[in-house]
Design a protein. Sequence first.
Length: 262
Amino acid sequence: MGHERIGHLPGTKKWRNIVAELTEFSIKNNNVASIANKTTRNVAGQLERMNQDKGVLASFSYLLNLLHASKQRDPHAFLQQNGITLSSSFSLLELARSIKQFNQARCDNTEYATIASQALIDTVSTWTKQDQQQTSLFFGGNVDPFEPWRRAADAGGFSEISRIYFSNFLGRYLKYFLEREASASFKSLFDRNDFIERLDLHLNEISKSTFETTKVTQQFAAGWYNKNAVQRFPDIADIQGFVGYALKKLKNNLVFDLDAED
């Protein structure tokens, strides 16, 4: 079946292929251009402004708190002072609950806060499992639960973990808008459900694409950490500046200039 030429799409062939494959399932629905345009306009219009969102900032602040606490003599006391309570041998499940609670108490947009929370949960899960080389959801034995974060609390570690975070954030963000536009565009419940099922099957491809896109964040993350987070916990203006710059770089690297297309 023939599709329209797509203009308003993220600036990678891989993303064009993903969207085309997702929508290539019904001869009655040729909504590739419509879904792609709406999705990308939402991304372009809101991604860069997300550094103003309290939930997004809270999510990244939580990650920085975890890293900074790992270097303290009493990590739990530091976290407690900053509104985070974790048990002495906290699990990934406990950490996930804590992230959600922390964000919910500090958000002003539940949609963005949910995306940011889930992105951070994905990130801490990936980092811990990579670091500990474990399959259990719990830290076992006498293993220090702060050890993975201690290894992330330097310029090199921060550049890696922040890339993982923004990759997860961008992937979930794009999936959210694709799913939302599908709900609005497809009249048939069968087509909508089929689309969502196909979207789930393409999560690995979306993840690979966004991970390549977020490589741009590593170019300045290490320098920012050395300057703002090695000796002290960064203030909110520093965190907002970093998140804002990262999101701006992602936007510039991901989308076309929509105004030029109008």
